[in-house]
Design a protein around this ligand. Structure first.
Ligand code: NAG
Ligand code: NAG
Ligand code: NAG
Ligand code: NAG
Ligand code: NAG
Ligand code: NAG
Ligand code: NAG
Ligand code: NAG
Length: 426
């Protein structure tokens, strides 16, 4: 029993001097990525003759004279904290799924069977939990070079490897210990949502939109409706372009005309011509190909109607002629030439009856007159008279010149020709 007394005395001296009491942490500053697991490595020493009663970790603030709380009893930590050490010298813990709320000072605390033999390992471990933020200019112009940075609020300790994502797809070619992503000569395709992460970690930074602006491209004119219109109507041309920001200024030009003929995304063309548009934004402008607009003058519609009507008249005339010819051939070949000329005048009269008479046509500007001028033909022989038909005919419709509108002086007519394949023209 006696040899024990000096030992206890010695121990008491040691306790006073604290020589053998201690906690050492391998890292006093830890920078951890959000959602990751943090291992705080730690060892502790104490004088012999003590039995370790309790080991636990606590966080600041530490109040003097108050036993610090055991972190593993804190509901915010109990599920995530794992003591990996032992009751002899290893005091390592693991804290998983860290959040920024876990950024604190942490200390290891142990007590022994001796009332005064307790220790707290100051100054403790400073844990900083960081997220990642992509830093990038909000917008760049095509052709610029841009540097994106994956920012953390503290320096990540391990040799972190950064992974970049665009629109949630990893940019596999970009894997670097450098936290920067350099895009040289940005293209439109580089626009998108960028995020970054650390290799081996689940946490991914929030997206950051990179906006690549560029001058108008693919400028084109579309025509709403038909490009062929009747005088007095208009056709709407619409200018479209691919640009960022969207083009708001549009100019319209008529080909071979230097000054613009209009502005705005759509343009009402009233005249014939070839039109193109030019789209502008702050980065530049581009012009479209030209489109052709055709305006049919005044009587455009009437011409079509008259042509159709005259076609019907023509067919009737042919039938009448055919009947008359048959009749005449029965009378005799010798009269044919004279009868034929009668026939033609008859036809002219019939046409005049179907259209308006020439006297009225003078009063009504648009009224056409018609004449039927079949080429001369002759029956081959009396024997073949049954099979004879008209072999060639031309019908011409002339529109009278308008005296009150000299600029509109074009002549519109249609030729309708019927060729008979076995024509026996003289
Ligand atoms: C503490 O435990 C050690 C080892 O078991 C023992 O030697 C010592 O007497 C104990 N001290 C006290 C004050 O109980
Ligand atoms: C402490 O324990 C942890 C987990 O078991 C182990 O990884 C570490 O190496 C130990 N530290 C020492 C100093 O023995
Ligand atoms: C962090 O703490 C704040 C308030 O202290 C709380 O509102 C928030 O929910 C905590 N976040 C997490 C992830 O625990
Ligand atoms: C625009 O033009 C480019 C070529 O200059 C072409 O690759 C692209 O497909 C076009 N885009 C559209 C929407 O037409
Ligand atoms: C195109 O024409 C239709 C009717 O013809 C009209 O409703 C529409 O608004 C026009 N579009 C444009 C862009 O002018
Ligand atoms: C990009 O920037 C332009 C110019 O500020 C803006 O008009 C456009 O809406 C932006 N686009 C996106 C996708 O943010
Ligand atoms: C416009 O100019 C081009 C050449 O610059 C020429 O080929 C074209 O015939 C001209 N068109 C008109 C309607 O003058
Ligand atoms: C668009 O037109 C307005 C008025 O003419 C002008 O002030 C503005 O600078 C133009 N913007 C672009 C991008 O050309």
């Amino acid at each position: 029993m006696a040899p024990h007394l000096p030992l206890i005395f010695l121990l008491m001296i040691h306790r006073v001097s604290s020589a053998d009491w201690g906690v050492s942490y391998s890292h006093s500053n830890i920078c951890a990525l959000k959602d990751s697991s943090v291992i705080m490595s730690c060892t502790y020493t104490y004088p012999t003759g003590h039995q370790i009663m309790k080991v636990f970790w606590t966080k600041n603030p530490i109040k003097e004279d108050v036993e610090p709380p055991d972190l593993s009893e804190d509901p915010e930590y109990s599920q995530r904290l794992q003591y990996l050490g032992d009751k002899e010298q290893n005091c390592t813990i693991r804290l998983s799924h860290v959040t920024q709320n876990d950024s604190h000072m942490y200390y290891f605390r142990f007590t022994t069977n001796v009332t005064t033999g307790r220790w707290i390992g100051k100054p403790g471990v400073s844990l900083t939990v960081t997220d990642l933020q992509v830093e990038s200019p909000e917008r760049v112009t095509e052709g610029d070079s841009v540097r994106l940075t994956c920012k953390s609020s503290c320096t990540l300790t391990d040799r972190a490897t950064f992974i970049w994502y665009r629109n949630s797809q990893p940019l596999t070619e970009r894997r670097d210990t450098n936290n920067e992503l350099l895009l040289q000569s940005v293209r439109r395709e580089d626009a998108g949502r960028y995020s970054c992460a650390l290799h081996g970690h689940t946490y991914i930074s929030p997206d950051v939109q990179l906006n690549v602006t560029y001058e108008p491209k693919n400028v084109s004119v579309s025509i709403n409706g038909s490009a062929e219109i009747v005088e007095g109507d208009s056709v709407t041309l619409i200018c479209s372009s691919d640009s960022n920001p969207p083009a708001l200024n549009f100019s319209w030009f008529k080909e071979n005309q230097s000054s613009s003929v209009g502005s705005g995304q759509s343009f009402s063309a009233l005249q014939s011509g070839r039109f193109y548009c030019e789209a502008h934004n702050q980065h530049g402008s581009q012009r479209s190909d030209a489109v052709t607009v055709k305006v049919h003058h005044g009587a455009g519609r009437n011409v079509i109607v008259i042509t159709a009507a005259s076609g019907g008249v023509f067919i009737i005339v042919i039938i009448i002629m055919w009947f008359i010819m048959r009749k005449q051939r029965r009378v005799g070949n010798e009269d044919l030439t004279i009868k034929q000329s009668d026939l033609y005048s008859d036809v002219s009269q019939r046409v005049s009856v179907h259209d308006e008479p020439p006297s009225e046509a003078d009063a009504v500007n648009d009224a056409p007159y018609a004449s039927v001028k079949p080429n001369r033909f002759r029956a081959k022989t009396p024997e073949s008279s049954d099979t004879e038909e008209i072999q060639y005919a031309t019908v011409q419709y002339h529109r009278k010149k308008e005296t009150n509108r000299p600029e509109d002086n074009e002549c519109q007519y249609d030729n309708i020709r019927v060729h008979h394949p076995d024509a026996a023209m003289k």
